[in-house]
Design a protein around this ligand. Structure first.
Ligand SMILES: NC(=O)c1ccc[n+]([C@@H]2O[C@H](COP(=O)([O-])OP(=O)(O)OC[C@H]3O[C@@H](n4cnc5c(N)ncnc54)[C@H](OP(=O)(O)O)[C@@H]3O)[C@@H](O)[C@H]2O)c1
Length: 336
């Protein structure tokens, strides 16, 4: 199979396409022919071993010292089950699925992927195509975790979203509109119209001077709003999606501030419950991932460069084009 490999941390060009043996599913696992895979800011961080201040060593500790232990990156995917391992009965060959690879295992930027069937995988609904399914979870789960679970956003509250049209921000905008918050979106001038389309009541250009006013909740996606805590109303919550080590520790050890204000930061919880909640928002018409670009596997380095820029619009998707005849052959040979 074709796969994108990153053997050493570095620039986008360190990712190269190679032929690898197709993996085989073990006990409780399924083999998926990947049709599309998300390429996220998280993938770009792992590829470059770049993280907010103080967090860099954690990437190397988690993924490998000089390069990723599992050189095929990528966590979000959509595709079809083509083979099931022993004791795997939740899915059958031919089933359309989408999900996230477990924890530190990665591997979605390849034509075939093995995952645990008890892991973060769901049947793909008919009304969700493979491109949108491949970009469904990264931004959506992060937005829901911060807005709903951590910041407890309420109807009618004043919300400021910093970075409102990237993967996380574009999902947060849609969810906030559904919840009934009054949303101010902060983006570059080029993305003001998109922010309004996604539901912002007010859209502001971050290059046009400081943001004024007070907010009940501020969701700072890139962690770039100076003095954000001071712009919270009494009882307000600051969701710091990109936090350095200091910010993480402050949120953990000293979250409560004067006037009942609160600092929220941390790693997003990925669970089947959180995935199903996001899917329920999709079915309610409240969430649909924004697609900012599609790239064939051969152009994955271009997508990595955009994902690393900090100015990505929505989500990027890598498309895989396995030899269709061989997928059909796999499926035929698996029929009971
Ligand atoms: N805590 C967690 O578990 C967790 C989970 C997921 C993601 N994250 C972090 O969240 C961050 C963003 O993720 P993403 O995928 O949404 O990124 P993204 O798609 O690249 O979007 C970044 C956004 O930030 C905006 N932006 C850039 N510079 C800005 C500035 N000076 N002021 C205000 N806004 C600015 C961009 O706007 P323009 O494009 O208009 O310039 C864009 O909307 C990453 O650092 C990622 O590591 C954390």
């Amino acid at each position: 199979m074709k796969a994108a490999l990153c053997r050493r941390y570095g620039a986008p060009e360190t990712v190269v396409i190679e032929d690898l043996p197709r993996p085989r599913p073990g006990s409780g696992e399924v083999l998926i022919a990947v049709a599309a895979a998300g390429l996220t800011s998280g993938d770009a961080r792992i590829r470059a071993a770049q993280a907010p201040k103080g967090m860099g060593p954690l990437i190397r500790l988690a993924f490998g010292l000089t390069g990723p232990r599992h050189p095929v990156l990528g966590r979000e995917y959509a595709g079809r089950v083509v083979e099931t391992g022993a004791d795997a009965g939740r899915f059958a060959p031919g089933d359309a699925v989408f999900g996230i690879t477990d924890g530190l295992r990665l591997g979605a930027h390849a034509e075939y992927l093995v995952v645990k069937e008890s892991g973060l995988i769901l049947p793909r609904p008919d009304n969700l195509d493979e491109i949108h399914a491949a970009a469904f979870f990264f931004g959506g789960l992060t937005a829901a975790d911060f807005l709903i679970d951590q910041c407890a956003l309420q109807p009618g509250e004043r919300l400021l979203i910093v970075g409102a049209t990237g993967a996380v921000g574009s999902a947060a905008l849609q969810l906030a509109r559904h919840i009934g918050a009054e949303v101010t979106a902060l983006t570059s001038g080029a993305n003001l119209a998109l922010a309004r389309d996604l539901g912002a009541d007010v859209a502001l250009d971050y290059r046009s001077g400081p943001v004024l006013g007070q907010y009940d909740v501020i969701l700072d996606v890139p962690g770039l709003l100076p003095g954000a805590m001071a712009q919270l109303a009494p009882g307000g919550r600051l969701g710091l999606v990109t936090a350095d080590l200091r910010g993480m520790l402050a949120a953990m050890l000293h979250p409560r501030r004067s006037g009942g204000r609160r600092l929220c930061a941390g790693i997003v919880k990925e669970t089947p419950q959180a995935m199903n909640r996001l899917l329920a928002y999709f079915h309610a018409g409240a969430y649909r991932p924004v697609i900012g670009g599609e790239f064939p596997l051969q152009e994955i380095a271009v997508a990595h460069a955009i994902a690393a820029s900090g100015h990505k619009c929505g989500n990027l998707v890598i498309t895989l084009a396995q030899d269709r005849a061989s997928v059909e052959q796999d499926l035929r040979s698996c029929q009971p």
